[in-house]
Design a binder for this molecule. Sequence first.
Ligand code: NAP
Length: 536
Amino acid sequence: MTKAMEECDAVVIGAGFSGIYMLYKLTQQGLRCRLFEAGDGPGGAWYWNRYPGARCDSESYFYCFSFSQEVLDEWTWSERFPAQPEIEAYLNFVSDRLDLRKHMTFGARVTGATWDEDALRWTVETNTSDAVRARYVVTAIGGLTSTASNLPNIPGIEDFKGDWYHTGHWPKDGVDFAGNRVGILGTGSTGIQAIPEIAKTAAHLTVFQRTPAYIMPAKNHPLSAEYNADIKARYPAIWAKAKAHFGGQPYDPPAYVFDDLDIEEATRLQEQYWNEGGLRVAQVFKDAYTNPQAREFIEDFFRKKVRSIVKDPVKAEILEPKGYPFGAKRIALDSQFYETFNLPHVDVVNVKKTPITTITAEGIRVGETDYPLDVIVFATGYDAVTGPFRAMNIVGRGGMKLADRLDDGPRAYLGMSFHGFPNLLAISGPCNPALSTNVPVSIEHDVEWISDAIEYCEKQGIKTIEPTAEAEDAWTDETQSKLEGSLLEQADSWHIGANVPGKPRRLLLWLGGMIAFRKRCDEVTDAGYSGFILTR
Ligand code: NAP
């Protein structure tokens, strides 16, 4: 006997920051919801990214939810930059505190969703449980996720006799590197964090580096009870400031214009920010990204820092950031990254100069040189933003596949909705600013905008909400218009799809910043959801 399909109002896909808050909002509105999550607990990106050294680059006091006073009062962060286990514990805490677990199904990866045009329902399928039918589907899948990891297509990987891992789906039980010869590919934000930790136990570590990153010190440290009490007392002002900031951070904007300063003063300030650590090291000068002289000064400052820390001049030369302008790729934070290369068992190989030719049974071959390895770690990133959508079989009106629609690059209206896919809403979707900001602040925005839109539909008796083709085209074109002449154009990064061979070189993020984005979304709401087709 076939079991009746579970009916609910809304399906939420993913139990990271965005899925948790979305589920909370929709259940508070009285909707019957089911959340599917492939992991066996909440966490999302912070569930899968449990590689050694995984840590957030945003400060803990604002890399969290602002919406719940209970959570703000009851949760206390232990470090300036929280490590993966603490963020995972936080998301478990929030799920429990808000009593959300009863709506969550873990260990269930959504494989597809199909729109039924007669019933005006989505049928959502997973790899494990029975299908569910729902009026709304909200994707909370993030833009850098394990379903779309970027594993380089290097010939011979199937011959490798050792073990290999991608940092984006790290084993829950961890990996024991003791006594092993380890090779790691990737010196983006992930590799930079993993390398110092792996070096602590590996017998030998070889870093196969293609592009050296601009890296600044995190200067992470434990937080005192006094500090945390002060933060908690100031939260209303902190969140007001974060929401009024271009990037969703509660920081003052850069205070100095490079050309107003002499070189001694510029150096003193840059040094002062370096000693304080964190992403503000990149925010000393207002014109850091627009004034070529300022950029040259900063680039030189970073290269000098590498030479002052890394003792071996050959290693230092390979690690010095060069070949693209500061700001053209994401800037990363480190804890002892450069210092790690002073250890005698840690080497770096320039695989831009001499590329990897093959993976053999015994290790990695670069040009004609063999590097024998027991373990290979791929810290090689993601098929970002569009990849996670393309990995699911989402079928909209008239059999239209979302994966096909995204073949030529990102497209969406407001970075949250797709023409041809009624009642499908995406938190931090393609052409959305989230991944260029402090993500939880952006997520809270998107969740609140989507839950308001759903509430509006429910109250007005609107059965479907879907953007017009014109609105989607215009938003997509506007997103792309910011690429030409931008810094991002001058490097090969995931932001423009250039890290995945064959992916269209298109800007994946809306770069107007959070203040402008919030205004644009509010204007759409105030105009009765302009750009959307609403059917009763
Ligand atoms: P990523 O920034 O895309 O870096 C991937 C690295 O792998 C790059 O160094 C890349 O070199 C290298 N690579 C790729 N294919 C290669 C190949 N065939 N051979 C050799 N090297 C290869 O990925 P990620 O480091 O995982 O970071 C992705 C994003 O996740 C970050 O930008 C950030 O938004 C987020 N993240 C955040 C945190 C945090 O908050 N702390 C931590 C980790 C990640 P090229 O540069 O030459 O392509």
